[in-house]
Design a protein around this ligand. Sequence first.
Ligand code: AHR
Length: 499
Amino acid sequence: MPRAHVTLDRQSVVAPVRRRTFGSFVEHLGRCVYSGIHEPGHPTANEDGFRMDVVDLVRELGSTTVRYPGGNFVSGFRWEDSVGPREQRPVRRDLAWHSLESNQVGLDEFARWLRLTDSELMLAVNIATRGILSALDLLEYANHPSGTALSDQRVANGSPEPHNVRMWCLGNEMDGPWQTGFMTADDYGKLAARTAAAMKAADKDLELVVCGSSGSGMPTFGDWERTVLEHSYEHVDYISCHAYYQEHDGDLRSFLASAVDMDYFIDTVVATADHVGYKKRSEKKINISFDEWNVWYLTRHQESGEGRGEWTHAPRLLEDTYTVADAVVVGNLLMTLLKRSDRVTSASLAQLVNVIAPIMTEPGGPAWRQTTFHPFAITSRLATGEVLRPVIDAPVHRTARHGEASLVDAVATADEGRAAVFLVNRDLAEPAQVTVDVRSLGLSRVVEALTLADPDVYAKNTLAEPNRVAPATNPTATLADGVLTVELPPVSWSAIALH
Ligand code: AHR
């Protein structure tokens, strides 16, 4: 049985646990909004038409910030369409997802939904096709208290208090040829700088996210970040990273090492941002908003031809059903985001409901947890205080896509009188025997030990069998003389809470 040893030092702190690491994403895409979070007439719907069964699951998931309303959707969006009396809101074509948008849910309704779920709004503005003035108008509508044309309109629309949105994305994936209004890095960098400067003239404390590459595989990756930041460095606060992973051609070993790639991606973007900062002799550091990350079987959707037929409202799009292996990868990606909390200070699991999501719904029927729900919810619940930098001594294996990967990965958080250790075993066949030196934490009891694993790594939760996969107590976890010992099944994710 492979063995691994992890050493934790209470003094070796990466950064505080950032609550925004547990953000998510609601896009007007497929059934994320309509028949996802919003379904008037559903037995659990409230007076706004929001499904309260979904609200309950979102609260259990522990998602913090929610990025909205896109995504690719945002680049064709006129925000004014989605406010005011519902019966007067126009139906529009959404070119990004080849769908009809009814605008029955807009900013004011969504802000009310966020209050139900206790979440913070992160708003994306359409600078791709609508430019600076539209961004300023939306800012005035959303955040100005009252006494101006647009803030008074918000008040008249039933939102007397400003929405007070702090984080704003300056467009979405502007390097992607699929993006309505895509641009060169030079053009986008200049526009983002001007938009950011204007928005900060209205409110200097806004936190602005400039678009990085839509993925590290883009041919312009690296150059894009450098050029965009050369233009916008002093005006923005974050650069975005987006990464989606999937198992390619049955190569589960590589897939399970996806977090290695994410870590390398973060390193590269941090280095590029700091390079620009040093050149500018700036004292400021640009942090990362990892505002789209997940497992997404993108190639399957591309091959299926979905989203290319009739123009319909809320079609079923990107409805991936996740496996145990997918959940292990999601749990491991979240561990990486925690490990990089020094520079990744905000993140959004893409997305929240139905569309590559931890929560699924059936119209008129139930809502349920996908496999990926569990590691996210448990980590959000247990990770508090500070992130500790683990020293991991474990066997390493080679993967075809991501080079060398440790068989066992780990991260830990520590707070007053408690700590949590998160572990992954990437071995396809063997359990791993892990010891964790926790002497410096001064804790003596295992209070919870949960493992997500299954003899069938492709087991899923479905409408017919919504609880097929769930975490189970790991009875092997013991703590004696400051050493935590646990056995991790093959292809597994675990969380152990200590008091
Ligand atoms: O999350 C799905 C899509 O992925 C988003 O709309 C886009 O930003 C990305 O390409």
